[in-house]
Design a protein around this ligand. Sequence first.
Ligand SMILES: [Zn+2]
Length: 495
Amino acid sequence: MLATVFLTTVLAAAPARSPATADDWLITGVTVIPTDTEEVWPQRDVRIRDGRIASIEAAAPKPRARGATIIDGRGKFLVPGFVDAHVHIATEAAIHARRDPVLATLPFPEDRSYERQILLSFLKAGVTGAANLGGNAAGDAALLQLRDDVAAGRLAGPQLFVGKRIDGPRDHVADAPDTPAPASTPEAPTTPADGAAAVREAARRGYDFIKPYQFLDRETYRAIVDTAQALRLPTTGHLPELDCAICADRAFVFAHPMTNIAHAEELARYAQTSDLSAADVDALTEAVVRARSGVTPTLITLKTIVLQYREHQAPAVPAGWETLVDPLTQRDWQPPRNRYLSAEFRAQPGMERLPAAYDFARVLTRALWKRAVPLTTGTDALMPGLLYGASLQQEMRELHAIGMSPLEVLRAASLNARRLFAASAGSGAVRRGQRADLVLLDADPLADIDNAARIAGVFVAGRWLPITRIDAELADLAARNATLESVLRAADAVR
Ligand SMILES: [Zn+2]
């Protein structure tokens, strides 16, 4: 049933294929990189059936398909699907909900082509899982629906993990304790009771994790982290503000740690000094190790912000991805909408130290890796300059550049994120019985991490999408962007 829906909605242009074989595949003669071991297994026949890896066996001279469709894996490499542990997905509902008179009336096509382009962009890069770190309420409702549509096979895309962002009112922390606290609500809690209620409500609505944000006071932050832990919801977010009467202090935060910290520069903020020394790196690393938190460094995010600060323009996207910067995104990445190119952004105190912050984040990430802190690959896409999918490949190179081996980068991009967001659903390694989220590569990623971008095709939940099919779908969707562009141009001309 799933296969039928999938074929009609996603592969409408594909030649007819027997439903009996649609979910049954045999990759022959492939080199398997299971990733949860140092081992590499050359010459394997890998059977994918009903969404799972059914078997991995020594390659037979004449493989017997037994009803499966054969994929020639000779000369190719099979690795776990990648996960972007930090994205912000712009659903159509979220775009409409922005306070922008043009966007409020923008007529998106009814075939959800905008969202399909996002999902396919991830797959094009081998990203079979993506965690959304919170947006607005309208966007969240649409995103939970999108997650369920993907899970049910109605749309082809990565498995989505949807986070609920919980933050207090910024003024409450900034002005306390002289001003009275604003009325506390679960949407902007300033009491532990409302913080806990916000987490329970998120669990009830089916969110996959909680994103605490930085303007929570000490006790509300603690209630959120404790409640999430009791409900077995992971927490990944920003560290609370420091240094006010109702704010957390560093020791308190690490005594009540989140499962994962959303950016390495969050930790830099916690160094509480303008000159970060080796001792600061050691102290912060030690605090993270003791707290048993993971970290998503998002080095490419900071690097891209620094590039914009230096060069006064959004950086070019990697070659081959240009047509995937849709007109709406192009508009958001240019002034006046790109805040990283604004005068206000540049005028913030301490901005001249921004380039140094990237260098520090790299040093800190390296220290965390040396102490075996579980790192994950995250990008903050769709921030200016960072496309869905392409940015994950960029972050893998960033982690390799600080000294991590290709195998360690692959682990950060797959196993570590699975452990963070879906711990009970298996390891995500290329092993019998695991969910078949896999990437088939044309070249060895252990020889050169750049080869992790040489994608022959992906399996998402056991369904095979060759890169040729993904590219053809994306080309078709990009053609529809012309309509979007003319609407935007006309609307901007009127104003
Ligand atoms: Zn973010």
